[in-house]
Design a protein. Structure first.
Length: 135
């Protein structure tokens, strides 16, 4: 008989995945929650990353493409979008692929949301000293 997984086990797995994907950006989000809602920070790590993100069904780059599309569609999520643009770069998406995904989102989400998402991505690219090759 195996031991049941604990709350701490899920959190530890989530922290490992969070560090691999989001790097310092993810940790900054969790740290920012410590004085207001540490439980929300725990759930983001344990459930969001330790349970859902750690699943084997999609590669990390594919999960990030889906996440970029959903955050763009929601709108008003630019701080989280910036974290996930960074994560997308961390898992192997190029700036050009990110821009293309955000351009594609204009068809389904509308120009205002695609513009906001693209400007958020532009800020991340600038912070990281990246340029976008134009075709």
């Amino acid at each position: 008989m195996t031991n049941p997984e604990t709350r701490q086990d899920r959190f530890d797995r989530g922290m490992k995945v969070l560090a691999e994907v989001d790097g310092e950006g993810g940790q900054r989000v969790i740290d920012a929650l410590a004085d207001v809602s540490p439980e929300l920070g725990h759930q983001v790590v344990a459930w969001g990353f330790g349970e859902v993100y750690a699943r084997p069904g999609l590669a990390a780059r594919d999960r990030q493409l889906v996440t970029l599309g959903m955050l763009t569609a929601l709108g008003g999520c630019e701080p989280q979008l910036k974290v996930h643009v960074n994560a997308s770069l961390n898992v192997g998406l190029s700036p050009e692929e990110i821009v293309e995904a955000l351009l594609h989102s204009a068809v389904y989400c509308g120009f205002p949301k695609a513009l906001n998402a693209t400007f958020a991505a532009k800020e991340v690219f600038a912070e990281r000293g990246l340029t976008v090759n134009q075709d």
